[in-house]
Design a protein around this ligand. Structure first.
Ligand code: ADP
Ligand code: MG
Length: 558
């Protein structure tokens, strides 16, 4: 029997596939299980329109079997199977997807579940196998066929024996080399873990014979090893369930199960979007700052699923930096399974999802601020810095997203207030939003510069975080009111009577000059002022930078 050659492009593609498209070998299992699930879906769709076909759910499953001595791993399914022609067309030509053709032929619109459409997933098997055998019997066919290939050299097809409709994919697992170990793909616990990780939400049972210790019959303390068939995957993903069916506990369990964090989430957001882009998502706002949050090690991102199958553990493109604390997952039918990281960045669907998610997070935070102030303050104490960095790093471009989420300690209320609350309380003659920067509320309270503003009856926002003033500089104003530091030269509240007359200034000229000389260039000038009440002297700044900002800049490494 002649070995048929893969088409020339296919040969090159195969090499490329095996070596570069997938970064992790273990995903071969994800690909093969997805194909098996697709094959079962296809019978299901046929049954919808063909009365002679009955779809009994119990008859449809995927099964993994290991033969350690023979070094084989077999993935069997009771799906639609492949004819000789299908084997030739779907497995002999790389990047030709039988599933895509099936979708087109059957005019499946939105709501379909078939995962494949790119026609490369199957070949990922060659990352771990040096020989792949496919034995398949198609629905409505009397004969089964066997397709075998050892990789780029080509493949053979011949008749085979198989009783039931469906497909067995037999992988002959590679021998270990000095650099690489392949034995793990023959270990049940390892396979089970890979299934849990990537294919937990495949809608059909994925069965496996697992060895376990059982009490020996007729004895009370003797145990024996028995093989037992187990279903490894949990099948129905929580995000596909109806929100009304789920309790806070369900969401909290999912958070813990997924190890999104070790705290209890403060809030969850469950999204089922079916507008311009169709996706489900469960997002969480954590309660506590992760220990590595403000370090370089922290990596933002959401889990990304394509139709129930995990394709990326941390998709950073789904979250803006200022919401990098959000945890959770997104599942979309509109994404391809074997899309690479580079391609994802330019994916239109993904961009739409990211935008959508960003807005949902914002409105969730805003409604929390409005209706659950205490919870919001808890959130704010953990992640406020990130919001402020967000404004600062993007030069205020995300002003509209973030400014309403900010809170600062207020001299008047003696608690955190929003900018909106501040502005809505401003007396009519007040021109600016006043703030004072310093290390802590206590220290700011003692600042002489705050006296005059307080005396006027105006509220002052306390900037106790060193990023505060930098962020506010980027905002410049809020609701057309500019921000003004209480230590700036011109406070905009001095009236005629507060002005120091030339006479008064001259009176002490000699004294001021002596003081300036004594300070040896540390101050630009010494002047008389009427803004002081109980303190003899205070420092003011003239340029754009306030004294506090200068201090911070001086502390920064060059
Ligand atoms: P994709 O899944 O993106 O279409 P694959 O390379 O994973 O690409 O698979 C190629 C094609 O081979 C599939 O589209 C399908 O027609 C066929 N195929 C693969 N595995 C099976 C299977 N277990 N049962 C039936 N057909 C299969
Ligand atoms: Mg596939």
């Amino acid at each position: 029997m002649a070995t048929k050659q893969f088409k020339a492009e296919s040969k090159r593609l195969l090499e490329m596939m095996i070596n570069s498209i997938y970064t992790q070998r273990e995903i071969f299992l994800r690909e093969l299980i997805s194909n098996a699930s697709d094959a079962i879906d296809k019978i299901y769709y046929k049954a919808l329109t063909d009365d002679s076909l009955v779809f009994n759910k119990e008859d449809y499953y995927i099964k993994l079997s290991v033969n350690k001595e023979g070094r084989t791993l077999t993935i069997s399914d009771t799906g639609i199977g492949m004819t000789e022609e299908d084997l030739e067309n779907n497995l002999g030509v790389i990047a030709k997807s039988g599933s895509l053709a099936f979708k087109n032929e059957n005019e499946l619109q939105d709501g379909h579940n078939i995962i494949g459409q790119f026609g490369v997933g199957f070949y990922s098997a060659f990352m771990v196998a040096d020989r792949v055998t496919v034995i398949s019997k198609a629905l409505g066919s009397d004969t089964a066929f066997e397709w075998t290939s050892e990789g780029a050299e080509g493949y053979t097809i011949q008749p085979a024996v198989k009783d039931s409709v469906g497909t067995d994919i037999i992988l002959h697992i590679k021998e270990n080399t000095e650099e690489d170990s392949y034995d793990e793909y023959l270990e049940e616990y390892r396979l089970k873990a890979i299934i849990k990780k990537y294919s937990d939400f495949i809608r059909y049972p994925i069965k496996m014979d697992i060895m376990s210790n059982k009490l020996k019959e007729g004895t009370e303390s003797e145990y024996e090893e028995v093989r037992e068939e187990q279903t490894v995957n949990s099948m129905v993903p929580i995000w596909r369930k109806n929100k009304s069916e789920l309790t806070d506990e369900d969401y909290n369990n999912f958070y813990a199960e997924k190890r999104y964090g070790f705290d209890q989430p403060l809030k969850h957001i469950h999204i089922s979007a079916d507008g311009a882009v169709v996706y489900n998502a469960i997002l969480y706002i954590p309660e506590k700052t992760p220990f590595d949050y403000y370090t370089k090690e922290y990596e933002k991102g959401l889990e990304l699923y394509s139709n129930g199958v995990l394709i990326m553990e941390k998709c950073g493109d789904l979250l803006p930096d200022y919401f990098s604390f959000v945890k959770g997952m997104v599942d979309s039918e509109d994404l391809s399974l074997n899309i690479s990281r580079e391609m994802l960045q330019h994916d239109r669907q993904l961009t739409l999802i990211a935008k959508n998610i960003k807005n949902k997070i914002k409105s969730q935070l805003q409604s929390m601020l409005k209706d659950e102030r205490e919870q919001y303050e808890q959130f704010y104490s953990s992640f406020a810095r990130q919001l402020k960095f967000g404004i600062y790093n993007d030069y205020g471009m995300n002003k509209d997203m973030l400014q309403d989420l900010l809170m600062f300690y207020s001299s008047k209320e003696q608690k955190l207030v929003t900018l909106d609350e501040y502005v809505s309380r401003m007396p009519e003659d007040q021109k600016y939003i006043y703030y004072a920067a310093g290390g802590s509320v206590e220290r700011i309270n003692k600042l002489p510069q705050t006296e005059m503003v307080k005396d006027k009856g105006y509220e002052i926002l306390y900037f106790t975080d060193d990023v505060d003033e930098f962020a506010i500089k980027m905002l410049m104003s809020y609701k057309e009111k500019e921000f003004k530091s209480v230590s700036s030269g011109d406070l905009g509240i001095e009236n005629e009577a507060d002005q120091v007359s030339e006479e008064e200034e001259n009176e002490n000229k000699a004294l001021f000059e002596a003081m300036q000389e004594l300070l040896g260039g540390k101050v630009k000038s010494v002047r008389a002022s009427k803004r002081l009440k109980s303190h003899p002297v205070c420092l003011t700044a003239e340029g754009d930078l306030t004294i506090e900002m200068e201090k911070i800049l001086q502390q920064m490494p060059d």
